[in-house]
Write a protein that binds this ligand. Structure first.
Ligand SMILES: Nc1ncnc2c1ncn2[C@@H]1O[C@H](COP(=O)(O)OP(=O)(O)OP(=O)(O)O)[C@@H](O)[C@H]1O
Ligand SMILES: [Mg+2]
Length: 648
């Protein structure tokens, strides 16, 4: 349903579908549009354009306009049926070859290759010469059976690539049958290509029919755009100055091709959500408040009022909302929060890696003297890796499987002017030493390394040019706990030794508290608490942080049941009034928290929280009430869990 809405929301699909529809309706309702029979010879030859004969008459006295709209019937029929048959053959042979593999693939591939080297049009000419009579059907059949091979080759290649993709492999492992895998997992991913194949084949059929008719093969007594061209040529239309007799069918074919192309674009976008263009206008960047953008002058990185959204066809998903953060030189700033709260979006925006439909809606990011959000692509290329670098969760997959590790470590350094081989080698060894890999692995290929080693290589590459800042988004989540610990330890050592600043993102709050200097807690796109790590651990201020801490088992003491935080975060595409955590908060103050515009308040030295419990203008009695209620609930919960523990 949303696909249809998306289809009709695009100007190009509307133009493409509109033209095709008009042509179809006009050709089907031809008797209502023109009073003339296209074959009637009752008028004079070569009559000029007039009110009776809008486009004049042919050499034999037929009305040209009537011929055009009646001719569209057969032309469209040839395109649709031949396109359909050829596409069906392409899909069947292409998928069967790719999915069944082995001998079937070999046999089909041979067949495809034979059909590919057969010269299409001459074959059509020969074949249809033998199949004269029977109207337009012989032409349709011949065109379909000679036009499927190229499509089959392309679809086979795509299906082979899809077969190797993780989601198809996962479906195989999950025990899905071949039918389900082909039709549910693979085919929808090929929809764009299949549509392109259909429109390509349909246009090939229309053009072939026109070409065949034009040279007199096929049944020239039928009225099609092709036979119109044949007769116009045979009767010297241009010599007689009746250019419209030639121009009209030619224009019809060209417009038909254009409308196929427009429809093809539109279907491609719908079938591939990544290509989808949003119809939402990019909102103007919010002006930074006076004094904003300056931030702490000592800070290395200064993020001010950053707003980032995803411009989807529906409402914009506002994934980062008014975030302001500073990172000091040499500091490790931890960023935590539930899945979907905007951590990665923030990391992508700061490192300028945000792809559409993601867009920065407002705010500024300054790194040393660079205004990161306004760097030109060339400036960005110079600053990235040298001033800042990044390591993401699946970073190990960025290693190119056919290049030796050494070349990939050299790449970033070479792009920034280090070309001396000895220097490169020395630096690569030094980096490997830093991240704890033996230098001999420089000459290995990625597949010879374990996941942990590959992630270390990626971290080494991020360190190669000694950037001032590294943004790490769950850099070790894919690894086992022991390797994860080792790598984090090494990251921390390197940071201390080189004085690099790091923004470190993870779900694991206890890990962050251990490693970071300061920790920022995000919720629903906003930073709700910011504090030195030890302070956050000892005295979490925001009820969300407190509840988040409570969902992790304590490092010491008896084992107790962990509750988790009931409820879900609010939708990021909705306007949020008041505190985004209101619905789930155990210390909420109705009438305050769900009404007042959210602000950040100081809690202790260097600790801030976006929570009205710290708002000096809210009455202390209200706050005490809220805290007392939450303690009451807490006691109930403890009693219940003690009771169920006893039962166990
Ligand atoms: N391409 C996209 N189009 C629309 N919405 C998106 C897109 N990418 C992310 N989002 C939305 O933006 C929000 C923030 O996503 P983000 O990946 O930044 O969260 P996260 O905190 O990194 O989560 P996780 O811990 O799971 O990695 C989510 O609600 C997500 O649904
Ligand atoms: Mg993320």
């Amino acid at each position: 349903m949303s696909g249809l809405r998306q289809f009709f929301g695009q100007p190009r699909s509307l133009v493409g579908a509109g033209f095709l529809l008009i042509l179809l309706v006009a050709s089907l309702c031809a008797p209502l549009i023109t009073p003339y029979d296209p074959n009637s010879l009752e008028f004079g030859p070569f009559m000029p354009l007039s009110a009776q004969h809008w486009l004049g008459t042919t050499a034999l006295g037929q009305d040209i306009f009537a011929q055009f709209i009646y001719g569209a019937r057969l032309t469209l029929l040839v395109g649709a049926v031949a396109g359909l048959i050829a596409t069906l053959l392409s899909v069947t042979f292409g998928l069967a070859a790719a999915y069944l593999g082995g001998r079937v693939d070999e046999a089909i591939n041979t067949l495809i290759n034979v059909f590919l080297v057969l010269p299409g049009l001459p074959l059509v000419i020969v074949a249809s010469a033998f199949l004269r009579g029977g109207g337009v059907w012989p032409v349709i059949l011949v065109i379909s059976f000679t036009g499927w091979a190229f499509g089959a080759r392309v679809l086979r290649a795509q299906a082979l690539a899809l077969r190797e993709r993780d989601f198809v492999q996962a479906a195989v492992v999950a025990g899905e049958g071949p039918g389900r895998i082909i039709f549910r997992e693979m085919l929808p991913n090929m929809a764009g290509l299949i549509a392109a194949n259909f429109f390509g084949a349909a246009l090939y059929a229309v053009l072939s029919e026109a070409a065949l008719s034009f040279i007199g093969v096929g049944d020239v007594s039928l009225v099609t755009w092709g036979t119109m061209l044949y007769w116009a040529q045979a009767k010297g239309a241009l010599l007689q100055g009746a250019w419209w007799w030639v121009a009209l069918p030619g224009l019809g074919i060209a417009l038909l091709g254009t409308s196929f192309a427009l429809l093809n674009f539109a279907i491609d976008e719908i079938s591939n959500p990544k290509l989808g263009r949003s119809n939402v206008k990019l909102p103007a960047r919010k002006k930074p408040a006076p004094g904003a953008g300056v931030g702490n002058p000592d800070a290395l990185l200064s993020i001010r009022d950053l707003n980032v959204g995803y411009l989807t066809p529906g409402p914009t998903v506002r994934a980062v909302r008014d975030v302001s953060l500073d990172v000091q030189p040499g500091e490790l700033l931890g960023l935590a929060g539930e899945s979907g709260c905007g951590k990665s979006t923030l990391a992508f925006a700061v490192t300028r890696l945000l792809d559409p439909p993601g867009a920065v809606l407002g705010g500024s990011v300054r790194l040393a003297e660079h205004d990161l959000l306004n760097l030109s692509p060339e400036e960005l290329r110079r600053v990235r890796w040298k001033e800042f670098s990044m390591v993401f969760q699946a970073s190990m997959n960025v290693l190119n499987p056919v290049l030796k590790i050494r070349e990939q470590v050299y790449d970033a350094m070479q792009a920034h002017g280090v070309t001396d081989k000895q220097k490169l080698d020395a630096r690569a060894r030094e980096l490997f030493d830093l991240v704890g890999i033996q230098a001999s692995y420089l000459d290995a290929y990625p597949h010879q390394l374990s996941g942990g080693m590959k992630q270390r290589v990626v971290i080494a590459i991020a360190l190669a040019l000694e950037p001032k800042l590294i943004v790490m988004d769950e850099p070790t989540t894919a690894l086992d706990v022991v390797v994860q610990r080792q790598i984090l330890q090494e990251i921390n050592d390197v940071r201390r030794r080189l004085g690099i600043s790091i923004i470190f993102i993870t779900h694991d709050l206890s890990l962050l508290v251990e490693m970071s200097d300061r920790v920022a807690i995000m919720y629903a796109g906003e930073v709700v608490e910011l504090a030195p790590a030890h302070q956050l651990y000892a005295h979490p201020a925001h009820p969300y942080t407190q509840q988040l801490m409570n969902s992790f088992p304590p490092m010491t003491g008896p084992r107790t049941r962990r509750s988790g935080i009931p409820g879900k975060p609010p939708s990021l595409s909705a306007e949020i009034v008041g505190c985004p955590f209101f619905e789930r908060c155990n210390k909420r103050m109705p009438g305050v928290c769900d009404v007042k515009p959210l602000q950040t308040f100081p809690v202790a030295e260097e600790q801030t929280a976006a929570c009205f419990l710290y708002d000096p203008t809210v009455s202390p009695a209200l706050k005490e009430n809220a805290i007392r209620d939450s303690q009451h609930v807490q006691m109930e919960v403890s009693r219940e869990s003690a009771h169920s523990a006893n039962l166990n």
